[in-house]
Design a protein around this ligand. Structure first.
Ligand code: CMP
Length: 131
């Protein structure tokens, strides 16, 4: 996902270009906005965390870009490309180093396992929206 503050800052195209230039094939792509209920459900795994309410409000605050990406070792490789959750810790050349505002408003989300990638992909896309 490209998160609301990165979309609002006009960085959607630059971030998608970085992803495609790094060899990811776009299997599905959508410009949409999450309701608070949908954002809460997407991030349900973080329900007990102190930042959950803030995270849900933020993720529902404006449009996002959702994508399914394909590449060998995509989950691990994408985490390297986006960088650490906190942009202050993110390596040079990563998407978060370049575009994230803060640990909360960190520009992009990437799935943390193949299993969660399948769940998160199905959250946004029907089978006929995947190519
Ligand atoms: P993401 O990779 O999408 O997974 C969970 C999100 O919660 C994370 O990126 C951040 O947007 C947010 N997050 C993680 N840690 C914190 C924190 N300490 N304070 C606020 N938001 C956080």
């Amino acid at each position: 996902m490209i998160k609301p503050e990165a979309v609002a800052a006009g960085n959607m195209g630059k971030i998608l270009n970085m992803i495609i230039d790094n060899g990811y094939k776009v299997i599905a792509l959508k410009y949409t906005r999450l309701s608070r209920q949908e954002a809460g459900s997407f991030y349900a795994v973080h329900k007990e965390r102190p930042f959950y309410g803030e995270l849900v409000d933020y993720m529902a605050s404006g449009p996002i870009v959702a994508a399914i990406l394909e590449k060998d070792n995509a989950v691990l490789g994408f985490r390297d490309l986006i960088g650490a959750t906190d942009p202050a810790q993110a390596a040079e050349g990563t998407i978060r180093k370049r575009f994230a505002e803060s640990k909360a408003k960190n520009a992009v989300h990437g799935s943390d396992s193949d299993e969660n990638a399948a769940i998160e992909g199905a959250f946004f896309f029907s089978g006929r929206e995947q190519f």
